[in-house]
Design a protein around this ligand. Structure first.
Ligand code: MLT
Length: 304
C-alpha cells in the first residue's frame, strides 16, 4: 500500500486517480511515499526518509526544495499546462480592464453621491478621464512562451493584436503550437520597446529574478501596461512604482498583493487567483496524481 500525504484540499477528481485498494491518501499520514500539494511550502527539513516523489498541482515548483529533492533522488512532478486556460482568461481580463481603465472608472462611480440624476450628471462630466483604447492593432509582448504564454499569445493574435514573444528556451512543442503570426524577439528589451502591453510568464529562477528592473522599464514603450501573473519576484516593485510615477508604465496588473504597491491607483493586485478555477484545480490535481501514481507503481516518469 502506497501512502500519499495531501495538503491544500487537492481536488477529489485528482485523488480519485489513486485507487484506494493500492493507495492510502490522507492529510494525516506520518511516513508518506509521496506528497501531493498545491501552495503549501515543503521544507527540506520536513522531508521524511520514506519520501519517493512529490506532486505539485500547478506549474511552478517554488514551494518545493527541488535541489534538495534532486540530491536525494526524489523527483518533483508538476502540472505544466493544466491551468493554462484559467491563467489565460484572467490575463485577458486584466488586459481588457487596463485598456478601458475599468478599475479607476469603477472607483470613480462608487465615489459619486446624491440621487440617480445627480450621480449620472457627475458621471457624464467625469467620464472623459477614463477614455481607453481598443486591442486590435496594439502590440502585446509575451515574455515566456511556455504553455500559458503560448495560449495568451495565440488568443491575443486572435483578437487582432500584433504579438511579439520572447523565450530563449521555448520547447519544440510550444514553438509548434505558436500561431505563425506571432513574431519572435531576440531580447527582453526588444519586447519592452515594441509593446503597448507586456505580460510575463516565466518561472522565478536565478535568471529571471528581478528581470523587469529599472533599466528594462526605461526601455519600455511610453504608457505601457505591464501584467505579471507569473511570480512576484520577477519584477522589482520599486522600479515599477518609479515607472508608474513617470508615466513609463500606465498600469501594473499583477496576481500578488505587495505592501509597496498598496493604494497605488495605477495598480491592480490580485491574491494569486490565476489558477483558481474548478476546472484548473481538477486538471492540475489529475495530472500530478497520475504522475506520482505511475512513478510509484512503475518507476515511469510521465511529467510532460
Ligand atoms: C502555478 O504555478 O501554476 C500557480 O502558482 C498555481 C496555483 O496558484 O496553484
Amino acid at each position: 500500500m502506497y501512502k500519499v500525504l495531501t495538503f491544500d484540499n487537492i481536488s477529489s477528481r485528482g485523488l480519485d486517480r489513486l485507487p484506494r485498494e493500492r493507495f492510502e491518501v490522507s492529510s494525516e499520514i506520518q511516513h508518506p511515499d509521496a506528497v501531493l500539494l498545491r501552495s503549501a511550502k515543503l521544507h527540506e527539513w520536513d522531508v521524511p526518509d520514506t519520501l519517493k516523489a512529490v506532486g505539485r498541482a500547478g506549474a511552478g515548483v517554488n514551494n518545493v526544495p527541488v535541489d534538495a529533492m534532486s540530491a536525494r533522488g526524489i523527483p518533483v512532478f508538476n502540472a505544466p499546462g493544466a491551468n493554462a486556460n484559467a491563467v489565460k482568461e484572467l490575463v485577458l481580463a486584466g488586459m481588457f480592464l487596463a485598456a478601458r481603465n475599468v478599475c479607476a472608472a469603477w472607483a470613480f462611480a462608487e465615489s459619486l453621491e446624491g440621487d440617480d440624476a445627480a450621480m449620472n450628471k457627475e458621471a457624464e462630466a467625469g467620464k472623459k478621464q477614463f477614455t481607453g483604447f481598443e486591442l486590435p492593432g496594439r502590440t502585446l509582448g509575451v515574455i515566456g512562451l511556455g504553455a500559458v504564454g503560448v495560449n495568451i499569445a495565440n488568443a491575443a493574435a486572435g483578437l487582432g493584436m500584433k504579438v511579439i514573444g520572447y523565450d530563449p528556451k521555448i520547447t519544440v512543442r510550444n514553438a509548434w503550437n505558436l500561431e505563425s503570426n506571432v513574431t519572435r524577439a531576440q531580447t527582453v528589451d526588444e519586447v519592452m520597446a515594441a509593446s503597448d502591453m507586456v505580460t510575463l510568464h516565466v518561472p522565478e529562477i536565478e535568471e529571471t529574478r528581478g528581470m523587469i528592473n529599472g533599466a528594462r522599464l526605461a526601455a519600455a514603450r511610453e504608457g505601457q501596461v505591464l501584467l505579471n501573473f507569473a511570480r512576484a519576484g520577477v519584477v522589482d516593485d520599486d522600479a515599477i512604482i518609479k515607472a508608474l510615477d513617470e508615466g513609463r508604465l500606465s498600469s501594473y496588473i499583477c496576481d500578488f498583493p505587495a505592501a509597496a504597491l498598496k493604494g497605488n491607483s495605477k495598480v491592480v493586485a490580485l491574491p494569486h487567483i490565476g489558477a483558481s478555477t474548478n476546472e484548473a484545480q481538477e486538471n492540475c490535481a489529475i495530472m500530478a496524481a497520475d504522475e506520482i501514481r505511475d512513478f510509484l507503481e512503475t518507476g515511469n516518469v510521465t511529467n510532460s
